[in-house]
Design a protein around this ligand. Structure first.
Ligand code: ADP
Ligand code: MG
Length: 706
């Protein structure tokens, strides 16, 4: 049977002549060791140590970027926001010592073209690389690449990528053209690596490097490989890179779609038919739900009522009302006669949720229990299968005894938990419906990639009764100004957060700490009372401080970022963040979410004495916008997806073509291909059997657990 027959059978309304995934089953790529005529034994060892065993592996070591060496950047006269590529001469190079021992290797590079007067000098420094003294010396012509910063009046690039230019004579693959720059492979110099790639592309048999699937049959894969390494224009390189990005994203989406399909295979529970408790809950609320909350609850109810297991992500900025959506869902579960569990990443947050639920649920006669590592001993609450709603931290993972019939699971700040922790909590029930929540807005394109197997509800609307939040950045403010600003608001009865990056003063980091600052502020702000909160304070004391702040006995909280999640005191309307540049953008946005929760106008003031362009750009992004999604996009652009998502669980840190994560069209294309494949061959046992190796162990493992 031909592919187009298959097409017509499965998509009777779609007439597609050539399936975009024309299968070209190929022999495995030849082994490097067999045909290694132009590689030295040492090089083969180096490649093998990096997991590269075949020519195909080698050629898929794609350039991480290209350098247009037909023209270079001008030597800058001030620090730069982005990396620059400079061509110059090493005027002087030496090992720098600090009290006798090796500190760094330093090279002073001057603009070779620029003449003597007025030409700018750049100092390049490499730490922990003493061997450089044998490689790089005065007189070398070099290309350096890196971001220029200002260190005590000197323009410096730390750890630039560099290459010594040699006179190769004739046509060179290293200069006067667009040149590939590869991620380093220990033991093989950049230049040599480039030569190897060039030779390989001339000698390799194209048929040995074809994929088992072809996402772009209009051009051969081999042509794209040639272009991706040695393009004639940047545009051409980008087109070729896009093909390999599509290949990569297709493989990711195939896992996502596979996971989703497996999940839907299971018969789930039908919950949420009875709405008595939900109605009573609505009636007891002093506010109307936002439209976004209503819409999300509707989506959740539909999921719960369907016999398919629910697997939904609720995304929304801090303060958008996620907890209330989760509460409505948990009540529906309870009304259907089963238990619900809510797991939060920190004790403070778990206790906060517990108090909120207690406040609204106890009048409805719902039994609630708290389970955190520290609390179980002294709450004395019976949780032997009697509680209907159980709230807790990781301790819930070990609380199997508490669950008689767990039917609904909520996981707050889900990115703080690993895949296996999620699976473990879920395993306390039989196919419970699952709602995961995150207050870390993720750019939509990333959502599709990481959470593509989840259905998504978004709270994109702030509850109506909220005061405006003004965000401002200040450099070198006077302490007296801050003090009088604070006092004005405290006198009016408001409360404030003073945030610091460090718990205690440190010798290596030049920033004031919460502990030291707390002593000062306690005096300055008298008679207002000031409390201290950070991660090293024992849990009970932490809870006392929090309670005092909630009750208004303490007006000012000097804290580290421990208040980032979950603290909810609507009367607090001031947040002053010291050394704001030391926090990540997403973190700052989360911190700011602690204010603006009440009716009063709120102020978030970012203090910094940093002058680096990154710091200023980062802080300005907060001043300019309060939209979490927008801030997430900026964060993604500034730091890249690996950093933004951080945790290994997302699996995104290893993405080769991460820059394409912003390419929605490409992601859609990848998703469509994956959908088509799974629609034709759901468990990849048939027509697309050859794609089965693309399914990750983790995906298989999860399925096994479910
Ligand atoms: P999130 O979990 O998204 O950070 P919460 O559910 O904790 O947000 O809600 C934040 C605050 O807003 C709480 O004090 C809550 O009582 C209040 N709140 C939630 N929904 C509404 C609403 N629709 N109208 C007014 N206030 C609301
Ligand atoms: Mg919350």
């Amino acid at each position: 049977m031909s592919i187009s027959d298959l097409q017509n059978r499965h998509f009777p309304l779609t007439v597609v002549r050539h399936h975009p995934l024309d299968i070209t089953l190929q022999l495995p790529a030849s082994n490097l060791l067999d045909q290694s005529s132009f590689l030295t034994a040492k090089e083969i060892v180096a490649f093998t140590a990096n997991g590269m065993k075949t020519y195909a592996d080698l050629l898929e070591h794609f350039p991480k970027r290209h350098e247009d060496r037909r023209r270079f950047d001008a030597f800058p006269a001030s620090p730069t926001l982005h990396a620059v590529c400079l061509r110059g001469m090493v005027l002087d190079a030496r090992t720098m010592r600090f009290s006798g021992s090796y500190a760094c290797y330093e090279a002073l590079v001057i603009d070779g073209q620029g003449g003597v007067f007025g030409s700018n000098k750049i100092t390049c420094r490499w730490f922990n690389m003493p061997f450089l003294s044998k490689m790089l010396a005065a007189g070398h012509e070099v290309i350096v690449y890196g971001k220029v910063k200002d260190i005590k009046g000197k323009l410096v690039i730390d750890h630039p990528e560099f290459e010594i230019i040699r006179d190769d004579g004739g046509e060179s693959i290293h200069v006067d053209r667009i040149v590939p720059i590869y991620k380093n492979i220990t033991g093989i110099a950049q230049r040599r690596l480039r030569e190897i790639m060039h030779l390989l592309l001339q000698r390799v048999n194209p048929s040995t490097i074809t994929q088992v699937y072809d996402v772009a049959p209009q051009r051969t894969r081999f042509d794209d490989l040639k272009v991706v390494h040695f393009p004639e224009s940047m545009e051409q390189a980008q087109v070729a890179r896009r093909r390999f990005a599509l290949e990569e994203f297709f493989a990711i989406q195939l896992n996502v779609v596979w996971r989703r399909a497996r999940h839907h295979d299971h018969a789930g529970r039908v919950l949420g038919k009875k709405t008595t408790l939900l109605k009573a809950f609505y009636q007891s609320l002093p506010f109307d739900l936002t439209n976004a909350q209503k819409r999300s609850i509707k989506e959740i109810i539909a999921d719960m009522r369907s016999p398919r297991p629910m697997n939904r992500l609720l995304q929304g900025d801090v303060g958008s009302g996620k907890t209330f959506v989760a509460m409505a869902a948990m009540l529906l579960a309870v009304d259907s006669g089963c238990q619900a569990a809510l797991m939060a990443p920190t004790q403070i947050l778990a206790e906060q949720h517990y108090l909120t639920c207690k406040k609204w649920f106890e009048p409805l006669g719902v039994r609630i229990a708290l389970r955190t590592g520290n609390r179980e001993d002294y709450t004395h609450e019976a949780i032997d299968g009697d509680a209907q709603i159980i709230i807790g931290t990781h301790a819930l993972l070990f609380a199997g005894d508490a669950f008689a019939d767990l039917g609904f699971v909520v996981i707050d700040e889900q990115h703080k938990f690993g895949v296996s922790q999620r699976a473990r909590l879920i395993s306390h029930g039989t196919m419970p419906d699952v709602l995961v929540m995150t207050a870390t807005p993720i750019p939509r394109t990333l959502t599709m990639t990481i959470y593509g197997d989840l259905d998504v509800s978004v709270l994109d609307e702030r509850p109506a009764n909220r005061g405006k939040i003004v965000t401002a950045m200040r450099t070198n403010p006077k302490v007296s100004d801050i003090t009088s600003f604070l006092k004005d608001h405290l006198d009016e009865g408001r409360q404030a957060y003073l945030v610091y990056p460090l718990v205690e003063d440190s010798e290596t980091v030049k920033a004031e700490s919460a502990t030291v600052a707390w002593e000062k502020w306690s005096k300055r702000l008298k008679p207002h009372r000031t409390g201290l909160l950070h991660g090293k304070i024992v849990a009970e004391e932490k809870e006392q401080v929090m309670q005092a702040f909630r009750d208004g006995e303490i007006q000012v909280l000097v804290a580290t970022s421990v208040i980032e999640v979950g603290v909810d005191v609507p009367n607090a309307n001031i947040m002053i963040i010291h050394h704001a540049e030391r926090f990540g953008l997403a973190q700052l946005h989360q911190l700011r979410g602690r204010i603006g929760r009440g009716e009063h106008k709120s102020y978030c003031i970012l203090l910094t004495d940093s002058k680096t362009p990154e710091a200023l750009e980062k802080l300005q992004a907060l001043v300019d916008s309060s939209d979490g999604f927008h801030i997430a996009e900026v964060d993604l652009r500034m730091r890249g997806p690996g950093e933004v998502l951080g945790t290994a669980q997302s699996g995104l840190t290893t993405i080769k073509f991460a820059d394409f994560l912003a390419d929605t069209t490409l992601l859609r294309e990848a998703r469509q291909l994956a959908d088509q494949v799974i629609a034709i061959d759901a468990d990849l046992s048939n027509h697309y059997q050859c794609l089965r190796p693309l399914i990750h162990i983790e995906t298989l493992d999860l399925e096994h657990r479910a």
